[in-house]
Design a protein around this ligand. Sequence first.
Ligand SMILES: [Zn+2]
Length: 259
Amino acid sequence: MNFLDLKIYKTRNLFRICVFRKPKYTAKLLAWDSHTPVQYKIGLLKTLVYRAAKICSDKELLLSELGTLFKIFCALHYPKSKIRKYCNIKFAQNCMINNINKQQNPQSKKIYFGIPYVGNKSQVYARKVKEYVKPISNVKLQVFYKRGLNLIERLKVRKQRPARKCVYKIPCQNCTKCYIGETGRLLNTRIYEHQHSLKSAKTAIAEHVRNTQHKIDFSKVSVLSGERYDFRRKILEALFMRKNDTFDNNSSSVLLHLW
Ligand SMILES: [Zn+2]
């Protein structure tokens, strides 16, 4: 009978259990030449040996399962020395004993630390970090590796998000003066409002246009700084106004001299 990953036989007066694999099992596991830390590959091998030791009900079935694992890992191009080291009955039995000891004596506190995996450099870095933490008793650092960007993600052109919550500058086409403003909304929306209120509004831009007949260069609008918090944005606006020759002669919405 097959149940989950167990194959259960009934002999005369006892049950025998071994690992069950579907007839179409393809053994597509982590290959040795994949861009993954060696520890993960060895970890996979050890895990499957431990699983075999835990599931197989007698030595004969365990040996048979270890033989299957040997073939699987050979096909995945694992070095034979590594397979022999872990895929044997002694290691399998030790796994069981070590696991029982672990459960009886819970180990020191584990701290998990993730770093991006970029090949050997990441492993060297992980080793160094572990050495630093080693002197601290009762703490065990468990480094894990995070996946970086894959080829498709690297080549993908990222869409530029429209600017919002920023301090911006609108220059004049005919003189050196400019308008410095801030908005918590989309910049495009605010610029559209400026363009369509040149004649009617009492803004600094509109007044400059009315008084001088200059043209405003809306094609050269630039973002000076992004800032999500309103008050900080207003301070930034005031600072940029100080730096630039503005239409409204530096009348910012917050008074810098208060600080
Ligand atoms: Zn001007």
